[in-house]
Ligand binder design. Sequence first.
Ligand SMILES: CC(C)(COP(=O)(O)OP(=O)(O)OC[C@H]1O[C@@H](n2cnc3c(N)ncnc32)[C@H](O)[C@@H]1OP(=O)(O)O)[C@@H](O)C(=O)NCCC(=O)NCCS
Length: 161
Amino acid sequence: MNIRKATISDIPHLLYIYNYEVLNSTSTFDIHPKSTEDFLKLFDSHGNKYPIYVAEENFTILGYGYLSPFSEKEAYSITVEDSIYIHPLYRCRGIGKQILKFLIERAKDTGATNIIAKVCAENFISLHLHKSFGFAEVGKLIKVGSKFGRFLDVIILQLIL
Ligand SMILES: CC(C)(COP(=O)(O)OP(=O)(O)OC[C@H]1O[C@@H](n2cnc3c(N)ncnc32)[C@H](O)[C@@H]1OP(=O)(O)O)[C@@H](O)C(=O)NCCC(=O)NCCS
């Protein structure tokens, strides 16, 4: 498996992976599937500093991840947020771990001193994954989301680099 920068031609694969979550899980609070145009905007907003990366094996996209600024306000420029999505067929094979490890190194490269993850409280696997890299639970937002007819809490995790 190798991790490389995503290109526009990966978008159909990324859309499949992301929209599967939109429709089937609370790992994202998006409710309506995203379009190619939405992902083109995502690519545009990520540019050189925070590119989107894909994990690939034998020309198959297994998952993807990226960093984003935590906030556009300048004093937050030392803080980034991570996002990771693994193809449903390739979960639980250590790919999420490899992408998160990779993103932590890229965050250090950008000079960030913190990574924040906002994880739905019922997403035990993502909570476990982040905590296994030393992310600490620093807060909980109660009933800030509503999807599939239920209220959802969000746990905020922080890794100080
Ligand atoms: C959460 C996610 C990124 C984890 O990636 P993954 O490749 O499936 O996970 P990994 O194989 O790297 O495993 C990470 C850890 O979780 C555990 N884990 C993975 N899947 C599991 C499962 N179904 N049940 C229990 N534990 C599981 C692994 O054992 C491992 O723990 P360990 O380090 O103690 O051995 C992936 O499942 C995913 O994309 N989920 C949907 C989208 C999502 O939740 N994204 C994160 C949003 S905050």
